[in-house]
Every structure is written in C-alpha cells, then in structure tokens.
Design a protein around this ligand. Structure first.
Ligand code: NAD
Ligand code: GLY
Length: 362
C-alpha cells in the first residue's frame, strides 16, 4: 500500500510542493504535470543511482507524456566541481536543450547540488526538480534552493540560490542506501529535533528500531517533519541573511573536523554529529542547557550509529580551522547553541580558546 503526504515551501511566486511518501516513485510524471514542468527534460543521475532507479524514473515520466533523455555523471564529492557541471551543460547543448526544457536531479546531495547549479546557470535559468535518494538529500539538501560546487580551496564556494519546481521523495529508495549513508542523514534529522522540536527529538529515540529497520511509515513521518522544519526556516530567511544559519548547528566544529581529518575521512553527517555534541557541550558551559541534555543528544546520535568524539587534533588546530569557516563574517565566529532541547540561539562566544581546551580535554 502506498502513502503520500504533501508539503509546500511557501516562497510566493517561487513556492513549490514536496511530495513525501512510499510507493510514489512511479507518480513522478503526475507530480511534474501538476507544476507544469517542461515537456522536454533530462534526468541527471549517477551510475549507481541509475542502476537502481534510472529506468523506473524514465518510465514514470514517459508514461505521463514527457520527452526524456538521461545524463549520467559520477557523483562522488570529488566530482562536485565546475568541470562536473560542465559535463551536464555540454550534454544539454549537444542535445539541443533550450529555455523551455527542464532538469530532474535523481540522486543524493552531490547530484542535487550540481544539477541545481547547472539549472541556475544554463541559459540564465531553466526549471529543475529534485528526486532525492539519500536520507541527507531527502531531509536537507533537496529543499531550500542552495546549489553549489566545490573549489580546490573550499567546499560549496561556487553556487547560487535557485529553488526547484518540485521535490519528489519516495522513502522506498532508502532501502538500497548503505547503512553508513543512512546514519549520516540521521545526524541532520537529530539536528532538527535539537534546534526546533523537543517532541520530535523524543520520537526519534522512541522510533529508533523502526527507523533503523527502515519501516516505511516511520520514515515518511520522520522525513516529513524534517522537511517541514527546513521549509519553515527557508520561508523565513531564504538567502540566509541570518535566521537560516540555525541550520548550521554543529556545522562550525563539524567543518573543522572534516577539514582537519582530510575530506573523505568522515561523511559530512558524521562530522556534524561530532560537531553537535561539541556545540551542546559549549551550550552547557554557557548555562544554556543541562549536562543531561548533552548526554541525551550524545546518546541519540550513538544510537543511530554516529561518532560523537572529536578526533585528536590540538586546540590551536581546531580554532584555526573554525576561523576558516565560510560563515565567519568580519573575522567574528558565531555559534548556534542549543537552549535545552528544542530551541536554539546564535551568538558570539567569548573566551573560546579556554572553552575549547576544557571541552577537548575532559
Ligand atoms: P552523495 O550524493 O555523495 O550520496 C552518497 C552516496 O550514496 C553516493 O555514492 C551515491 O551514489 C549513493 N546513493 C545515492 N542514493 C542511493 C540509493 N538510494 N541507494 C544506494 N546508493 C545511493 O551524498 P549525500 O550525503 O546525499 O549529499 C552530500 C552532499 O550534499 C554534499 O556535497 C553537501 O555539500 C551537500 N549538501 C547540500 C545541502 C544544500 O542545502 N544544498 C545541504 C546539505 C548537504
Ligand atoms: N543545509 C543548510 C541550509 O540549507 O541552509
């Protein structure tokens, strides 16, 4: 039996629906018809995702009368580059795509970010839709219009805010996702609970078994609540002038972990898990949450198979790496800190070096 839930990202004339469910993959064409998606389109995907879902996507779209071609590109983080985007653009130009055509991103966050950016810049902007197939992309990267590629000097340095016209999430695609990728996505889900919704946080602990065994009903509820929180934040502050930065809870320290350990050693979500425990420790020392809250956050992350202890680098290394975070403005580092569980605040932290030393050595 299938199940379908609807959400809307309310951005005025750029508002778009999110369909979330299981057993809804073959309704992709129907969904794109409802948003008047261009009749000619390319599915952009990676070899591994194409193997699992390429044919089904093509068939679903053909059945609804779309004229579809498929572009397959590699999807590792190392391919999320301008050269990678150029491969998409080359194919579009060779296949005679014009302004009235569209792109469908079928894959994880790497494919979604690259296709979104290609859609933003091809002929100054064409329609695109997200069909995310990793947990991280279903709960985070497919929503909100951040598109980007990496530069040799840093991650996501080249990009644009460009919203999709539709997001189509079938949690059944998670059945083929490796456990480590699933856990990495769970870090962002736990983040939503910590910063916005205590009840959701508690539900994650309660539903742990069902979620780990990928029970479709439990997944749909969890992904839906995550998307709702993300959409609400994006509606308030689409271009991250300030409020949207709460989504970076755990990311300042997490990015430092990723950079120091060498990109690729940790999945992004794993580094964020370590970063969230660090942020909670910091919040506790600033009397914003209790040590029980820190323990609960740590415990939930561990329960989903995530690492929580920082790798052994010096305080100086961590401090320097955090200063390079692209969220630093005018040399000032601001942290997202949790107020208990279910609320957060953004602030500068005085005496960071002492606090870092205390957290890293106890
Ligand atoms: P990913 O796209 O690299 O996918 C992880 C792996 O899973 C890949 O090897 C992929 O081939 C494979 N895969 C994808 N779907 C699968 C499926 N259903 N079954 C089996 N294998 C599958 O990683 P990700 O975690 O989805 O995304 C990470 C990227 O997202 C990073 O580049 C990050 O910067 C970006 N991101 C963007 C935003 C945003 O707002 N735009 C937010 C968070 C992260
Ligand atoms: N993943 C953070 C954001 O979309 O703002």
């Amino acid at each position: 039996m299938s199940m379908l839930q609807h959400l809307l990202v309310g951005l005025g004339d750029r508002a778009y629906p999110i369909w979330i469910g299981h057993g809804i993959f073959d309704r992709l064409g129907e969904a794109l018809n409802t948003v008047k998606f261009p009749r000619k389109m390319a599915i952009v995907t990676s070899p591994s995702v194409a193997r699992h879902y390429g044919e089904a996507a093509q068939e679903a779209l053909n059945r609804s009368g779309f004229k579809v071609s498929t572009i397959v590109i590699p999807d590792g983080e190392e391919h999320k580059t301008l050269a990678g985007v150029e491969k998409i653009l080359d194919a579009l130009i060779e296949q005679g795509f014009d302004r009235s055509c569209g792109l469908v991103a079928l894959g994880g966050g790497v494919i979604g970010d690259m296709v979104g950016f290609a859609a933003a810049i091809f002929l100054r902007g064409i329609a695109f839709a997200q069909v995310p197939t990793t947990l991280l992309s279903q709960v985070d990267s497919s929503i909100g219009g951040k598109t980007a590629v990496n530069h040799p000097l840093g991650k996501n340095l080249i990009g644009a805010f460009y919203q999709p016209r539709h997001v189509h999430i079938d949690v059944d695609t998670l059945s083929t996702l490796p456990a480590r990728e699933f856990a990495a996505g769970m870090a962002e889900v736990v983040k939503y609970g910590v910063i916005c919704d205590e009840y959701f946080f508690e539900q994650l602990a309660e539903q742990r078994e069902n979620l780990i065994s990928r029970d479709p009903g439990a997944l749909v509820r969890m992904v839906k609540r995550s998307c709702q929180i993300k959409a609400n934040v994006v509606e308030i502050d689409e271009k991250e002038s300030s409020f949207r930065a709460i989504l970076n809870f755990g990311h300042t320290f997490g990015h430092a972990v990723e950079a120091l350990a060498g990109y690729g050693s940790f999945r992004h979500g794993e580094a964020v898990a370590i970063g969230m425990v660090f942020a909670a420790e910091l919040s506790c020392r600033l009397n914003l949450c209790s040590s029980q809250d820190v323990a609960a956050i740590r415990q939930l992350l561990v329960a989903f198979g995530l690492p929580v202890d920082p790798p052994a680098f010096s305080v100086k290394d961590y401090k320097q790496a955090m200063q390079r975070d692209k969220k630093v403005r005018d040399g000032v580092l601001r942290f997202v800190l949790n107020r208990g569980i279910g609320d957060c605040v953004m602030q500068e932290v005085a005496g960071l070096e002492g606090l870092l030393t205390d957290i890293l050595t106890t």
